[in-house]
Design a protein around this ligand. Structure first.
Ligand code: AMP
Length: 290
């Protein structure tokens, strides 16, 4: 496995490995790898001839007062995990390589970045502006055939898909299922911040979401299912930033199934850690609508 820190070095390494005549996969990450990241890396290794992992804690997607400075980092361990998984190339640039002096060009997706995590009361749309800008830069640098993202960040997948369609970017996105701890907690680099008592309470988030899924399958209305989820969170002392049902593709507000998939998404502070999770519920033919 080769570790590159500049665009020039990365491109040279890709050429040496035989791109563009081979299938290239890209897995963008901010590091502190866990089994969720590894599932993306494994999918790339399985489906592509050359797998590239980017490892870059992207400052433009962090808001003021967010955890940029304290974001967990362990490059040596991440490189060992990537190598063990069969990654061919790691791209881990310095800040100046990605955002050189004078940088002033951003990619912005409208509308679907104003809700959920993009709402003013949450992280705000600048978060997604940071994500779409860095992803565009990574896609332009690596020129992958396939790029792998996790459904754990469901809105991110929808926003990046929209951006690729709207800007005619020639890449196939692969959205991978959320990998969870044995007790249901969605894996996240930020779980490392959770103190023991908060770690226990945090399981209420996945319980609330699987409760919605179960209630919907049993024919409970979406509105009632969401109320049950609120109650599950409240019992654990968790007050969500948002807990919302949205159209699974368009992110418009959803009041019922109406033959379309519904995304139920949560963001909630647990102690000082902000966690997100979601579930995508396929249309339920027998559900009563309100
Ligand atoms: P991050 O390092 O948090 O920016 O995540 C890098 C990629 O890993 C993103 O596409 C995430 O959606 C994905 N990811 C993070 N956590 C999980 C998880 N628990 N299961 C599957 N994918 C994940």
């Amino acid at each position: 496995m080769r570790v590159t820190r500049t665009k020039a070095d990365l491109r040279a390494a890709l050429r040496e490995l035989g791109s563009p005549d081979r299938i290239v996969g890209l897995v963008p990450t901010m590091g502190y790898l866990h089994a969720g990241h590894v599932s993306l890396l494994e999918a790339s290794v399985e489906r592509c001839d050359i797998s590239v992992m980017s490892l870059f804690v992207n400052p433009t997607q962090f808001g003021v007062g967010e955890d940029l400075e304290n974001y967990p980092r362990d490059e040596a361990r991440d490189l060992a995990v990537a190598e063990e998984t069969g990654v061919d190339l790691v791209y881990t640039p310095e800040l100046e390589e990605v955002y050189p002096e004078g940088f002033c060009t951003y990619v912005e997706v409208e509308g679907i970045t104003d809700v959920l995590c993009g709402a003013q009361s949450s992280r705000g749309r600048d978060h997604f502006r940071g994500v779409t800008t860095v992803v565009t830069k990574l896609l332009n640098t690596v020129k992958p055939d396939l790029a792998f993202f996790g459904r754990k960040d469901a809105q991110q997948v929808i926003v990046v898909e929209r951006m690729c369609r709207d800007l005619d970017l020639d890449v196939q996105l692969v959205a991978m299922p959320t990998v969870r701890e044995a007790d249901g907690l969605a894996m996240s680099s930020r779980n490392a911040y959770l103190e023991a008592a908060d770690r226990d309470r945090a399981t209420a988030i996945s319980r609330a979401l699987s409760g919605v899924e179960r209630a919907a399958a049993e024919g409970t209305s979406l509105k009632e299912s969401i109320q049950l989820a609120y109650a599950t969170l409240a019992e654990a002392g968790i007050e969500p930033e948002y807990l919302e049902a949205r159209d699974g593709e368009r992110l418009s507000p959803s009041t019922g199934f109406n033959g379309r998939p519904v995304l139920v998404a949560v963001a909630a502070p647990v102690g000082s850690t902000r966690l997100i999770d979601n579930v995508l519920i396929e249309p339920q033919p027998q559900t009563k609508e309100v």
